[in-house]
Design a binder for this molecule. Sequence first.
Ligand code: LMR
Length: 396
Amino acid sequence: MFEKLELLAPDAIIGIMALFREDQAPNKVDLSVGVYQDDTGNTPVMECVKRAERQIVDAQTTKTYVGIAGNMDFNRGMEKLLFGADHPVLAAGRVATVQSPGGSGGLCVAAHLLHRANPDARIWLSAPSWPNHLPLLGLAGLRLESYPYYDYDAHAVDFDAMMACFEKLDAGELVLIHGCCHNPCGADLSQVQWQALTDLCERRGVIPFIDLAYQGLAESLEADAYGVRLMAERLPEVVVVSSCSKNLGLYRERTGAVCVVSSSPEQSKATATNLANVARGIYSMPPDHGAAIAGQILNDEALTALWVEELDEVRRRINGLRDLIVAKLAERGAPRDFSFIANERGMFSFLGISKEQVIRLREEFHVYMLESSRINLAGINQANVDYVADSIVAVL
Ligand code: LMR
């Protein structure tokens, strides 16, 4: 039966990561996969994570299952982190949450829930979006559509085009919005734009599905949840999928959450049973370790304070690298203006160069990025920034 399976091309992101690992050049630079790197090129374990981990290991007496919905301390902690402790939807009992195996597992669970609720559901993804949104949502049976988002010439959100597209949607259609740090373009909605989008969703009965994989990496933990909090306050139904991969550096521990806001507390109880039932049918129970760590941090004031400090430093460093690479490119007389990179947020920006130039950078200069020219700013450091800038200018 397997003869029907054809050899597939490598994954658009993980395939580049594999090519980088095989490259033996001493001056190679990885600007591809979205993991944070410090100034030495290492992806560190945060100190708050180390401390929480030690506490957990010392206190742990069993490895029995935690439960289908996962670690409840983690789930409650994530709800407060996303919505804010005093948010009316939490007080009203309108949020159902399950821990998920990473943000990706959360996207999959949410997609299956939506398909169960409405087998004809259509979800609109931004053009461009994270490539893995397509299989994660599509394999659940959701019908995928695409809306205009990024204007490659203006290096900015094409808000008018996006809104014009959403004006034509029917009630019950879903729109996937990146909560902050848009992956891949780094161009986010302003607060005024979130307000206008919320008005539209309210008026047309469109349901937002917010992917918040980078909370804390744009402006702050609070500011980055602006859209989630606003929409949850104003709209009857909102889906939020979040991840601890980036903001807690828990990548391989696969830690995320799905929070579904329903129109009433009664409905929320039914939603919760369906969320758990969907999760049970896909992977039965989530892994424990990452959520135990995040739960420990979120429910301990001292650990939370340490985390916020460490996360602030990560964000400051990435934003500093944005300014630095823009300055270095200008210094070298790059024949175009890259200043837009300094205004974007999160790990990613498009350089806006051609696929041929990206391949030249990889093959001749050992500088790796996605073929779309998405770079991970965090892969730049003091030791390689001049080389990166020189290499980019050389291929322009
Ligand atoms: C990325 O976009 O590079 C990250 O989210 C990692 C991944 O799994 O694709």
